[in-house]
Design a protein around this ligand. Structure first.
Ligand code: C2E
Ligand code: MG
Ligand code: MG
Ligand code: MG
Length: 286
C-alpha cells in the first residue's frame, strides 16, 4: 500500500483485498490439514411430525472442530471448499460418516445429508452414495439427500438422471431452503423430489409479515398435489408450531424440537429436546 495514504480509497481497498486473499489461503491450508487430522464432525438435528412430534429423521450438519478456534460453522468454510474443489473429499467423508453413524442408531430414523452443487459437477455422486450405503449397510430408504435450488440453476441432463437413479435405489430427495431461490416452479416436475423444506425465513416471519401464512399454505397445497412431504425449517416457538400445523405442514425442524448435537449425545439421550447447546458457542461468519 502507499505510505501515508491511509485515506486513499484505492490503497485501502488493495490492502483489504490482499488481507482477504491471505486469510482465505490460510483457511484452505488449515482446512486440508483439518481433513487429514480428522477435525470434522457431524451434528444431528431431529426432524419430527408436526402433529405428534414423533421423530422421523435427523439432518446431518457439518462442524469443524478447530484446535484453536473451537467449533466452526459450515458457512465459514463451505464456499471455500467449493471454490477449491475440496468439497468433493469433504462430501465423501460426510456421506460415509452419516451413513455409518445412522446405521448404529437405536431407531429407524432417516438421515438427511446436504449435498453441494459442486459435488454434482465434480464427483460421481451416484458412486459415492452407493459406496457409503454398501460400506455402512444402511438401507437406501433411510438416506435422504438435500439439495438447494442452486443445483437446479446449474442443472444439466446428468443431474436429473443422477437424481432419478438415486430415487430408483430407494434414496429420497429433498429440496432445501424452498421459496428463497430463483428457480421456476416447473423444476418441481423435472426433478423427482420427495420433500420440500420450507425455508426458515417463512417460519420466522409467520407473525411479522402479512401474507407469509398464505405462502406457507400455498407451498403445502403444492406439495400435496405433487405428492411431496413438506417440512418447515427453523421452528423456535410453540406459536410458530401451532400456525404451521394449522397450515398443514407435515414435519418440522428447529430449536424448539431440538438443536443440532453430536452423535454421542444422541445415543446417550435419544429423546429430542435434551440436546446440549454445543452449537451456541459456534463460530459463524459475520
Ligand atoms: P440448511 O441445510 O438449511 O441447515 C439448516 C441450518 O439452520 C443449520 O445451520 C441449522 O443449525 C440451522 N437451524 C436449525 N434450526 C434452527 C432454528 O430453529 N433457528 C435458527 N436460527 N437456525 C436453525 P448450520 O448447521 O450452520 O448450516 C448452515 C448451512 O450450511 C446449511 O443450511 C447447509 O446449507 C450448509 N451445510 C451444513 N452442513 C452441510 C454439509 O454437511 N454439507 C454441505 N454441502 N452443506 C452443509
Ligand atoms: Mg439442509
Ligand atoms: Mg435448509
Ligand atoms: Mg436454510
Amino acid at each position: 500500500a502507499i505510505k501515508g495514504n491511509g485515506r486513499n480509497g484505492f490503497a485501502f481497498f488493495d490492502t483489504s483485498m490482499a488481507a482477504e486473499a491471505d486469510e482465505r489461503h490460510r483457511l484452505e491450508i488449515d482446512f486440508r490439514a483439518g481433513l487429514a487430522r480428522g477435525e470434522f464432525e457431524l451434528h444431528y438435528q431431529p426432524i419430527v411430525e408436526a402433529g405428534t412430534r414423533r421423530l422421523v429423521g435427523r439432518e446431518a450438519l457439518i462442524r469443524w472442530n478447530h484446535p484453536d478456534e473451537g467449533l466452526i460453522a459450515p458457512d465459514r468454510f463451505i464456499a471455500m471448499a467449493e471454490d477449491t474443489g475440496l468439497v468433493g473429499a469433504l462430501g465423501e467423508w460426510i456421506l460415509q460418516t452419516a451413513c455409518a453413524e445412522a446405521a448404529t442408531w437405536p431407531d429407524d430414523a432417516t438421515v438427511a445429508v446436504n449435498i453441494s452443487p459442486v459435488q454434482f459437477r465434480k464427483t460421481n455422486l451416484l458412486d459415492v452414495i452407493m459406496c457409503a450405503l454398501v460400506d455402512s449397510g444402511l438401507p437406501p430408504e433411510r438416506l435422504e439427500i438435500e439439495i438447494t435450488e442452486r443445483v437446479l440453476l446449474e442443472w444439466e441432463a446428468d443431474h436429473v438422471s443422477t437424481l432419478h437413479q438415486l430415487k430408483n435405489l430407494g434414496v429420497s430427495i429433498a429440496l432445501d431452503d424452498f421459496g428463497t431461490g430463483y428457480s421456476s416452479l416447473s423444476y418441481l416436475t423435472t426433478f423427482p423430489f420427495d420433500k420440500l423444506k420450507i425455508d426458515r425465513c417463512f417460519t420466522r416471519d409467520l407473525l411479522a409479515r402479512d401474507g407469509c401464512g398464505a405462502i406457507v399454505c400455498a407451498i403445502v397445497n403444492l406439495g400435496r398435489s405433487l405428492d411431496m412431504v413438506t417440512v418447515a425449517e427453523g421452528v423456535e416457538t410453540e406459536t410458530q408450531l401451532r400456525l404451521l400445523r394449522a397450515a398443514g405442514v407435515d414435519q418440522v425442524q428447529g430449536y424448539l424440537v431440538g438443536r443440532p448435537a453430536p452423535a454421542t449425545a444422541l445415543v446417550a439421550a435419544p429423546a429430542p429436546g435434551a440436546a446440549p447447546a454445543a452449537d451456541a458457542a459456534m463460530v459463524r461468519s459475520a
